[in-house]
Every structure is written in C-alpha cells, then in structure tokens.
Design a protein around this ligand. Structure first.
Ligand code: BGC
Length: 366
C-alpha cells in the first residue's frame, strides 16, 4: 500500500469516527452526572501515559495536547514511568479532579482495568490509546493495525534475507505486559510459521524485552551472538528502541550493517540508522492521525455526544461484547522510500534524518 492509499484510508476512518452515532455507547457512562460538563465550563481531558522515556510517546503527548488545544480543550498529562501502581493512582487522581474523559496508554494492559472500573463508576468515559486494556469497560480503543505491523516486519525480513525466505533469525519481542507486543508477534508468526514448518526458516534465539528497553534488546542480541558465534542472518526486532540496542550489540561485535534488523516507530535515531545502513527497516505509524482521532473522540465522548467506530476488538469484557475500535494503517519504510513516506509526511525532517550523510550523497527528497 502506498502512502497516498494509507492517508486516504486514514482520513476515511476519521470521517467515519466523527459525529456519527455510537451503537454501543457505554451505558454506564451515558447519562452519568459525574463528568457532565457544566454549561460554558472548559472541558479537561486526562492523559495517562505509561512512559515518556521514548521519543514515540513524547511525540504522542505533544500531538495529542496540540490537537486537544485546537478543539478548545485542556489536557492534564500524567507519566507513570512504567509503574502500574503509580499509573492506577494517577488515573484515580484524574477521576478525583473531575476530568471529563480519560485517555490511557497503559503500561500493563491487564493491571489498568482496576482504574478503568473506577472511572466507569464515576461516569467518566475512557479511551485506550494505542494499547488495549483488557477485561474492562472501555468506550473506545484507538490504535494502529498492530497485527499488520508484525506481518510487515516479518515479510520485509524474509524478502531481504541473503537467500529470500531462507535463513536463521533472532527474534526480539516487546514488553510481555503490553498487549501490542503480543499482536506484533502474532502478525510475525502469521508470516513466519509456514516457512518455519517447512524448515526454511530457523529461529535460533528469541526473547522478550522487558519494558521495551533498548538495553534489553542489546542483552538479547549479545546472548545470541555469544551462543551462535554471530552466525545468523537477521534480527526481527519489534520496535526501534530494541532495534537500537540490537544494532549497538552488532556494532560492538564487528557485525554492524552485516545483519538485517527490523524496527517500528520511525524514530529519528532509527531513520538515521536506516540511511546509514545499520538498521534495515522500520514501520511508520502516522502519530498525528492517531492523536487527532483520539482528540476528536475524547471531546465527543466528554460532551456525551454520539460517536461511531466501524471496527471492534474483543478485550475480554463480559456482557457488553467487543469494544468499539479504530485501527489505522501503517507503512513499511526502508532507505528507498524514506523520502516519500516519513519525510514527505513531515514526520521527520530530511536534514535530521541525513545529518550523518554528506550533502552530495543525500537524496533530494522533493
Ligand atoms: C507501541 C510501539 C512502541 C512500544 C514501546 C507499543 O505499544 O505500539 O509503537 O514502540 O509500545 O513503547
């Protein structure tokens, strides 16, 4: 799918979201008095983030706050620093403050159900942002197609192995507490399994990177290099942070640029590694679209106005069925399409991405 198709899909999804009737509006929330905005009072959105340590989430925060401000709404931001009990307390504090809607990026998609229940009781709508929260009553889940992220990563890796569709690979999964990490793995498995079953692809080392930390990506790669004497063809890293750790380990072992490494998020450092040749690809997720969609949905829910989502996702909740969801599309990026994706979309600047490359060797990026 090219960038234009992706953007068309996104704008279509957005136009469907906004202003239509929500078939499955959370009955507990509708009509609850706790969060009904007083006439003329400025609406306040609570944004609870797992962490602000990664470029990805700083970008989400900035874009989400900007989009909310454009809609005339204030945002109270909380950062839990990857601590479940802190995040639950922060959401409780947002409830006590009487915010009109809460948007949550959970550290642990199961642990956050507790705080969501409290918000439900207080009549405050809740949106799960990017990561699903399990076994609780959500008003909306807004994310990207995370299974597709994993499929694109694995497809790219297989296509670009020294012998396509054959070889020995290392797999670095994300945080086991993050539902997305499981979805990325599921997508990767969809593509890899037939070839693993045939014996053409061998997973020679695999592990989960706790809290998505780059140092854990590095540790996993160090262990693989030691155990296998560096004899593998590719690293299927689930995001750019863990890819960064893997690349560091490869460079230290004299293998930088010699082994394929995947990623996700189109972080600046990853884009720089891609054009330098030490990381092979990333997945571009247009965060502006997610943030704009979440801001529109948050304000609509805060006003108890009707809203529709054309997709739905099972989060294990009982009685109310699947959670209404909006899942945006993503695009695989390597050095060949860097200009016409992340740069032309204004996600990263050409001068930043190519800062390590002499001007006469940089593409023009029209
Ligand atoms: C997000 C990724 C991110 C990862 C680590 C996932 O839930 O979808 O974009 O790289 O968390 O923060």
């Amino acid at each position: 799918m090219n960038i234009r198709t992706v953007l068309m899909t996104i704008s279509l999804a957005l136009s469907i979201v906004i202003g239509l009737a929500l078939s499955r509006q959370n009955a507990g929330n509708a009509g609850a008095s706790g969060s009904n905005p007083a006439d003329g009072a400025k609406l306040v959105v609570g944004l609870s983030l797992d962490t602000l340590k990664e470029e990805r989430w700083q970008g989400d925060r900035d874009r989400f706050v900007a989009e909310c401000n454009k809609l005339g709404v204030d945002v109270k931001v909380e950062d839990a620093n990857s601590d479940d009990s802190a995040q639950n307390k922060q959401v409780e504090a947002l409830i006590s403050l009487g915010v009109n809607v809460i948007v949550i990026v959970p550290h642990d998609g199961t642990a956050m159900a507790q705080a969501v229940e409290k918000a439900n009781k207080a009549g405050i709508p809740v949106i799960a942002y990017d990561r699903l929260i399990k076994n609780c009553d959500l008003d909306l889940y807004l994310s990207f197609d995370n299974v597709r992220v994993g499929e694109l990563q694995a497809r790219y890796l297989l296509d670009h192995l020294p012998t396509p569709n054959k070889g020995r690979i290392v797999r670095i999964y994300g945080a086991p507490t993050d539902n997305n990490a499981k979805l990325f793995k599921e997508g990767q498995d969809n593509i890899l399994k037939p070839l693993i079953d045939k014996g053409d692809i061998t997973v020679v080392h695999e592990d989960w990177a706790e809290n998505w930390k780059p140092e854990n990506g590095k540790k996993i790669t160090n262990a693989a290099i030691t155990a296998l004497n560096g004899k593998f063809d590719g690293i299927l890293a689930s995001n750019d942070g863990t890819a960064g750790g893997a690349v560091q380990s490869l460079i230290e072992a004299g293998l930088g640029g010699k082994i394929l490494v995947t990623g996700q998020d189109a972080e600046l450092a990853a884009c720089q590694r891609i054009v330098a040749g030490t990381q092979t690809m990333t997945i571009y997720k247009p965060l502006k679209t997610l943030a704009a969609g979440a801001a529109e949905a948050a304000v609509t829910l805060a006003k108890h106005r009707p809203l529709i989502a054309r997709q739905s996702v099972n989060n294990g909740r009982k009685d109310k069925g699947d959670v209404p969801a909006i899942l945006f599309d993503v695009i695989a990026v390597d050095r060949d399409n860097m200009c016409k994706t992340v740069i032309s979309d204004g996600f990263q600047k050409r001068d930043d991405v190519y800062s390590g490359i002499p001007e006469d060797k940089r593409p023009k990026c029209p």
